[in-house]
Every structure is written in structure tokens, then in C-alpha cells.
Design a binder for this molecule. Structure first.
Ligand SMILES: [Zn+2]
Length: 105
């Protein structure tokens, strides 16, 4: 899973040198190529939908939790607490910070 500008991409295919991601939105055909270290190589297409950063954050949170639970021996409540703290921080930042447009007024 990959997040670029709040758009969420799913891993579609992996080769020895390149990972191919696809926008997770069903009707969207944006594809992203990265190298094996997730360094962005190429983006193709335009998103046909708008992003919902807050909704995405919660889904990403769940995804990160799932992955950490699988990959780490850290107790689940500890992982949950850590990730929740991180997420609350980013959500609070989104809510509090004025948008760029407001700043220039
Ligand atoms: Zn898209």
C-alpha cells in the first residue's frame, strides 16, 4: 500500500526492480511505478475522483495496525496506542491548520 498526496494505491505487481501500484478507487486508472524501495519513478493518468483525507487516514490507520500486528511482536494494545497517537496528531493538524488559500488572504 502506498499513499501519494492522500491518494491510496494498491500494489498490483512486483518485479525484481519495479513495483506497480494502482489507485484503489475502482473506476480510476491511475498507475504508479516505484522502485523496490518505494521511490516514485512514474505516475500515469489522472484521478477521476476527489480525495477524502480524513476518511483515508482512518483506513490507513487500520491497514498500518494490521500490518504491524502481523509483522511485529509488539503487543497489540501498544501498537494501537502508538498508531492512534500518530493519527490523532495528523487529524488534529488537518483540522487546525488553515488551508493554503486562507493563508494568502
Ligand atoms: Zn484515483
Amino acid at each position: 500500500m502506498l499513499v501519494i498526496d492522500n491518494y491510496v494505491f494498491k500494489l498490483n505487481k512486483t518485479t525484481t526492480t519495479t513495483k506497480y501500484y494502482r489507485c484503489e478507487h475502482r473506476e480510476c486508472d491511475v498507475t504508479v511505478h516505484t522502485d523496490i524501495n518505494n521511490v516514485l519513478l512514474k505516475t500515469e493518468g489522472n484521478h477521476c475522483h476527489v480525495i477524502e483525507p480524513e476518511k483515508n487516514k482512518i483506513r490507513i490507520f487500520k491497514q498500518v495496525l494490521k500490518e504491524r500486528v502481523i509483522n511485529e511482536s509488539t503487543p497489540i494494545p501498544k501498537i494501537y496506542g502508538e498508531e492512534l497517537a500518530k493519527m490523532m496528531l495528523t487529524l488534529a493538524t488537518i483540522a487546525i491548520l488553515p488551508s493554503q488559500r486562507e493563508m494568502s488572504m
